[in-house]
Design a protein around this ligand. Structure first.
Ligand code: ADP
Ligand code: MG
Length: 615
């Protein structure tokens, strides 16, 4: 059997594989390159923190011999000297504590500062992702994003703290105490220190286990949070289907998985320090036996032994902290990875400022030139060879069965997606060549689902504009055109009414009219109304329709509608079915033609009779 090409040169390949495996063992080997650039602006703080660590370790280094001497002076009963030595020791320990406090405070400042930066950076990249990123994922995955930006960003901060504390302060103390021990008794030092590498290996192995368990715990809690985020917004359906017990059962199953994952992690966390303590105890036994032997040889004494033990205790402290920091970093690693995953893909629909022209003084002439589109490389075509020319100021209606591609067409016009083939032109300009911002100021959409945000009515209408820059006159004008001014003035605080609290008490028609006002606030020349009247009762629909009639003046308007009565006023009607433009014409010409539109119209006639007779 011929060898696979990749395996034909074993020595080198094997070496690099081993190196990779070893690197895997080091915490943060993959995530460190991402974190380090974030630390760059914090360098002065980090260096100050490390300087504090140096002060604290120096104080400790000076403190160690004081302890041995103190014990000898005590044994000799020299109380005056004891007092002096004790005062010195207390001074050194206080200096150490103070410096250590400053070191920790500074490192936390760094870690939390980076957490905040990372959080903002990740949210910004998420905001700028393509629409396909948000539509392609289920609600569950969006819950996951919220979790990553909150809890996992926190975990990232803890990891950074652990890392910064480990690399300098812990190793500094370790080195200082090892130096002290060596100066006191090289023999005893080598005997004790030889235990350290063995312990490090054990700690590393246990740490690796802990990391895997920790990732399981984080995954399971993320699933739980995503699940809750998915179910709660759909409470209406849950209740209507009497599915409380069903959902309860599903939640319990996830909760139990989470409990098990966390229990295993906690057990491992409880196990690791015990193993370490056991190892220390063993070291202690060896140390005392050896100490007795060294003293019997005559070149060491009790004072030295006390100092030696003191420095050993102070050596163990940083080792324990390194172990702890190592574990924290291992545990935090999946969180850091998942957080940075969010920033690893880049939007395809880009807006390189330099090369983009701004759409200005648009009159609203829209051309679809042989546009084809599918949502994914392997997905079926949603739009096929769409050709039309809508003149400036014209109102056209898009009708057709659900799934026909009407909303997709609107999304293409907003350049939320790009055609897989063909071009879309506004005033003769290909929309791929103009800046996204200017395009989206000229093309506005009123979607079927009205999204209201926390904030006042005013802020909702002037959405996207910072509060201080809102043009009140413009807001009122937009609201008046949307037939919303009157009801807004009747709200408790008028335009200042907070929708965060009261948004849900607005009727569907009121919400819709706020959405229309929002769409026209910036004075778009092209307006898309996607089933804007489908969820309304007759009275609100009449108000909304009146508003629409005003909006059509001087604008190019695309009305997407289920209900055919809404579209009769349109200059032209396009019938989209299965992604194809199957019929096109005025209402009367299409009726006269007796095709699909005519049959749709007669099927819907019962619906519209009251309205027709009202005229
Ligand atoms: P309409 O608005 O006419 O009801 P849509 O444009 O919403 O139709 O949908 C057209 C087709 O595209 C449907 O088959 C729908 O399932 C599919 N579709 C819509 N949005 C997406 C999406 N984000 N990803 C994949 N397919 C989609
Ligand atoms: Mg639709």
């Amino acid at each position: 059997i011929p060898a696979a090409p990749g395996l034909s040169s074993p020595p080198k390949e094997n070496f690099s594989l081993d190196a990779a495996a070893l690197l895997q063992f080091l915490p943060l080997s993959k995530t460190l390159p991402k974190i380090l650039p974030l630390l760059r602006p914090q360098i002065p703080r980090i260096l100050s923190a490390w300087a504090c660590a140096a002060v604290s370790v120096s104080a400790l280094y000076a403190f160690v011999p004081q302890v041995g001497q103190l014990s000898s002076l005590l044994a000799a009963g020299d109380l005056v000297s004891v007092r002096r030595k004790a005062a010195m020791a207390i001074f050194l320990i206080s200096a150490k504590s103070l410096a250590q406090y400053w070191q920790q405070a500074l490192l936390w400042e760094v870690a939390l500062g980076v957490t905040c930066d990372v959080r903002c950076h990740v949210f910004e990249t998420v905001l700028r992702k393509d629409m396909s990123y948000f539509e392609g994922q289920s609600g569950a995955a969006k819950g996951d994003i919220a979790y990553r930006i909150t809890a996992e960003a926190d975990a990232t901060g803890e990891t950074i703290y652990a890392f910064l504390k480990m690399v300098v302060p812990c190793f500094l103390q370790l080195a200082a105490m090892a130096g002290r021990m060596l100066s006191l008794s090289p023999v005893l030092s080598f005997a004790t220190v030889s235990v350290v590498p063995c312990m490090s290996v054990v700690i590393a192995i246990l740490g690796e286990q802990l990391r895997a368990l920790s990732k399981r715990g984080q995954d399971s809690i993320a699933r739980l949070s995503a699940y809750v985020n998915e179910v709660l917004p759909s409470m209406l359906i849950v209740k209507a289907c009497a599915a409380e017990s069903y959902e309860d059962e599903r939640f319990k199953r996830l909760a139990v998985i989470d409990r098990q994952a966390h229990l295993m992690k906690k057990k491992m966390k409880a196990f690791i320090p015990e193993i370490i303590t056991g190892a220390y105890a063993a070291t202690g036994v060896v140390l005392f036996a050896l100490g007795a032997w060294v003293i019997s040889k005559g070149n060491f004494d009790g004072t030295g032994m006390v100092s030696f033990i003191t420095s050993l205790v102070l050596l163990i402290e940083p080792i324990q902290q390194i172990g702890k920091a190592y574990n924290e970093m291992k545990q935090g690693e999946p969180a850091v990875e998942r957080l940075f995953d969010l920033t690893s893909s880049f939007p395809k629909i880009l807006d390189e400022e330099a090369s983009r022209r701004h759409l200005k003084n648009v009159i609203g002439d829209v051309v679809f030139d042989n546009v084809c589109f599918s949502y994914g490389a392997t997905s079926p075509r949603v739009l096929q060879n769409i050709n039309f020319h809508v003149c400036a100021g014209e109102t056209v209606a898009l009708v057709g069965p659900s799934g026909g591609g009407k909303t997709t067409l609107a999304k293409l016009l907003l350049r939320l997606y790009e055609p897989t083939q063909g071009n879309i032109l506004i005033d003769g300009e290909n929309i791929q060549g103009v800046s996204l911002e200017s395009l989206r100021q000229q093309v506005a959409i009123v979607p079927q689902e009205t999204a209201l945000f926390t904030g006042t009515v005013m802020e909702n209408i002037a959405y996207g504009v910072m509060s201080n820059d809102i043009d009140m006159k413009r807001v009122e004008r937009a609201a008046t055109m949307a037939n919303a001014d009157e009801f807004i003035r009747r709200l408790p605080d008028g335009y200042e009414t907070n929708l965060g609290e009261r948004g849900s008490s607005l009727s569907g028609g009121q919400r819709q009219r706020i959405a229309i006002a929002r769409a026209i606030y910036h004075g778009p020349s092209i307006l898309i109304l996607d089933e804007a009247t489908s969820a309304l009762d007759n009275r609100s629909e009449k108000l909304v329709r009146e508003a629409l009639e005003q909006l059509m003046i001087g604008r190019t308007v695309f009305i997407i509608a289920h209900r055919l009565e809404t579209v009769q006023k349109a200059a032209r009607i396009f019938l989209l079915d299965g992604g194809k433009l199957v019929e096109e014409g005025t209402h009367s010409s299409l009726i006269a033609r007796g095709g699909q539109y005519a049959s749709l119209f007669s099927a819907g006639r019962d619906d519209i009779r009251p309205q027709l007779t009202a005229k």
